[in-house]
Every structure is written in C-alpha cells, then in structure tokens.
Ligand binder design. Structure first.
Ligand SMILES: C=CC1=C(C)c2cc3[nH]c(cc4nc(cc5[nH]c(cc1n2)c(C)c5CCC(=O)O)C(CCC(=O)O)=C4C)c(C)c3C=C
Ligand code: FE2
Ligand code: FE2
Length: 362
C-alpha cells in the first residue's frame, strides 16, 4: 500500500484583502469575534465590536494599512507567499505545501481543500508564531482541527510546536540581524514583541500562582511557566541577545500593539522608547521576534510611529531589523522544524520496539 501523501500547512494570522475601510472591517470582524482574542461575555463582545471597535478602528487601521501597502499587496501576505513558495520548492516531492491565514484569505478551509485535492491525507501543521498564545497559535490550531475533522475520514495530524527557543529559529534571526545592527552602529537593541492582555497570561497559568505574580516570573522557563507567552518572549530575547553578543544593559524587552483599556503584558513599547532615549541611548535597533514576517505591526507601528517617538524623545537613529520573511536561513529552519516534528512523531522508542522477553521460539 502506498503511504498517504504528506501535506504541510503554514498558518499565519491574516491581513485584510485591501487597505480600505470595508475590507479592514470584514477582517477585524472575523478576527475580533474570536473568543480566544476578545475573551469576554459574547453579548459584551458583540456590543464592543459593533458599537466601538469596528466603527472607530476600521477607518483608522485602513489608513495605517495604506501607508505600508505594496503593489503586490499587504506585506504580511507578500512575505508569507514568498515563504510558501520557497518551502514548497525545498520540500518538492516530499510535501505538498499550502499557506493558510487564520482570518481572511487564503482561508483555512480552502487551503485544506487544495491539499486534499492533491491526495494529502497526512498533515503537518506549522503555526507561524514563535511563541504560543491562545489568541494566535491556539486559535489557529483550534480552527485547523475543526476544519480537518469535518469530513468522515479524519486525517493524521502532526503539529510543529512553538519554536521560541529553537536554535534554527534563533540562528536564522541572528543571521538577519547581525549585519543590520552592525551597519546601524546601534548602542542598544530593543526586542519588541506583540503583547497580549495580562488576563490571557493568567488564564494560561496551570499553577494559578506563578504568572505575573513576581517581577522576575519570566526570567527563566520552568515547568510552571512553559506555556506562558510572556515567558517564551523573554526566552527568545535571551537566546537572541546571547547569539548577538549583547551586554546585559545593551538590550531590553517590551510589548507593543495593545488594544483596549485592560492591562496588557508590560513593559509597553511606547513607554520604553522615550525611557531609552532619556537614559542616553542614541542609536537604537529594534527587533520584533514575535513576527516571522514584516506586517502592519512592524512596518507601521514600529518603523514609522516608533521611530517618530524615539527621535522626538532625543534619540539620533532608529533601525528596524527586518523580519525573517523568506530569508534562506529561515526557509532552512522551517524545513528543519518540519523534519524534526516528523521524526519525533514516527520514531518508536527503542524500549517499546524491543519485546521485554525476546521471542526465541523456532
Ligand atoms: C504574534 C502573534 C500575535 C498575537 C499573540 C496577537 C494577539 C492579539 N492581536 C490583537 C489585535 C490586533 N492585532 C492586529 C494585527 C496583527 N496581529 C498579529 C499577530 C498577533 N496578534 C499580526 C501578525 C498582525 C498584523 C496583521 C497585518 O495585516 O499586517 C490587529 C489589526 C491591525 C490593527 O487594527 O491594529 C489587531 C486589531 C489582539 C486583541 C490580540 C490578543 C488578544
Ligand atoms: Fe495582533
Ligand atoms: Fe511570567
């Protein structure tokens, strides 16, 4: 019997189809209706969405998208498509590869249907978020399981786990960042991660007493916090700082992109930027290692608004380190993550493969 054809599903968050209020509104409606993103009572979410967020945020975000939109489309889409193409070429003959977006297009059901049409019955799923969060990787996986299990025959599914501290991911980002930081003659590197509400981190704390309970709760990854998004962000930052040879006061961590009035994980990027300038940092490089592709949050929020803020506070130069996008080192890292996950899933522990009492019959 021939083995089932293997498919690789690369999942990113999603982006509007056009930088116009209507398209942004449709995208935000799908995104912010997700109970893993806005985790409040459904009636409250409906009111918040329809009377506050959608009417006010859609035109504002559409304007922001227009400042970064390219001839080929949204940066997140352009880079994700380029990664899909490069990985498909690299894994040609081994895996059928498709990109899916959790919200918007290409949708998860369409991407899965395209893989099934090519005979795929064995799926590897790679959520393209280095750190795990219920609002990103969690939501993407929940929707993928729903889509994959809707037909009568449910396929084999392997999930590539969060790769926040994986050497292939850290090495690839270091390779991208090193020359940029050196050319910029940066005197400080800020690692700015996408934030999440503090409530989300507390909800993921299985011990119920570790996360955000002390100032240093994210200083090491332990059994207690290994699923903590903020702790995984700090682990990524430590791994990158070490590889880049940064001194302890030559780098710091912050969290951007907050939405709403509830507290999000801290320190906030828009608070840290003027603080760094006030501390005497003149030449700043910023890395955004929660994103594997440049997007609104890196190109507009950091490289436009963040730069303005830092320079207005007395800084002299501001450089955004590009994301991994479709850099060859990142393509190789993706291939390695996929192969490792397959090997881990198919390898049988020696003890299990060896009968406890060798069969000497015959
Ligand atoms: C890196 C992982 C991400 C997490 C975790 C995440 C959580 C999260 N996001 C919002 C609200 C918004 N995020 C928006 C854009 C956006 N977010 C991510 C990634 C994560 N979000 C990406 C890659 C992008 C960029 C999309 C693009 O088109 O380039 C937006 C839309 C833009 C805007 O209006 O600001 C919103 C809104 C919440 C509430 C949340 C966790 C609760
Ligand atoms: Fe987001
Ligand atoms: Fe923590």
């Amino acid at each position: 019997m021939t083995p089932a054809r293997k498919g690789l599903l690369l999942i990113n968050l999603g982006t509007p189809d056009a930088p116009e209020t209507g398209a942004v509104r449709r995208y935000l409606r799908e995104f912010l209706s997700d109970p893993r993103v806005v985790d409040i009572h459904p009636v409250g979410r409906w009111f918040l969405l329809n009377f506050i967020i959608l009417p006010f945020r859609s035109p504002k975000s559409a304007h922001a998208y227009r400042t970064i939109w390219t001839e080929q489309g949204s940066p997140l889409m352009v880079h994700s498509r380029a990664l899909e193409k490069a990985v498909a070429e690299r894994l040609s003959g081994e895996y059928e590869v498709e990109l899916a977006m959790r919200y918007g297009n290409p949708s998860l059901p369409d991407a899965v249907a395209r893989l099934r049409a090519r005979g795929v019955a064995d799926f590897t799923v790679l959520p393209l978020y280095p750190q795990e969060a219920p609002s990103s990787s969690g939501s993407s996986l929940a929707r993928t399981y729903e889509v994959l299990s809707s037909p009568w025959d449910v396929p084999n599914v392997r999930v590539v786990p969060a790769f926040h501290a994986h050497p292939a991911f850290l090495d690839a980002f270091t390779e991208v960042a090193r020359p940029v930081i050196s050319d910029a003659r940066a005197d400080h590197v800020l690692f700015s991660f996408h934030g999440v509400p503090e409530r989300h981190v507390r909800r993921s704390d299985a011990s119920g007493s570790h996360c955000l309970a002390s100032a240093g709760c994210c200083d090491a990854l332990t059994d207690a916090n290994r699923h903590c998004y903020r702790a995984q962000c700090f682990a990524t930052a430590r791994g990158l700082a070490k590889r880049l040879g940064l001194t302890p006061d030559g780098w710091s961590v912050s969290f951007q992109s907050r939405l709403g009035r509830t507290p999000w994980v801290q320190p906030y990027t828009d608070v840290v930027l003027p603080e760094l300038a006030a501390r005497g940092v003149k030449r700043l490089a910023v890395m955004c290692p929660a994103f594997v592709a440049d997007c609104l949050e890196t190109v507009e929020e950091v490289a436009i608004r963040g730069r303005d803020q830092f320079l207005a506070s007395g800084g002299e130069s501001f450089t955004l380190v590009p994301s991994l996008n479709s850099h060859p080192a990142w393509v190789e890292a993706v291939v390695r993550l996929v192969r490792e996950s397959e090997a881990a899933a198919t390898s049988v522990p020696v003890a299990a493969a060896t009968p406890a009492v060798p069969n000497r019959a015959g």
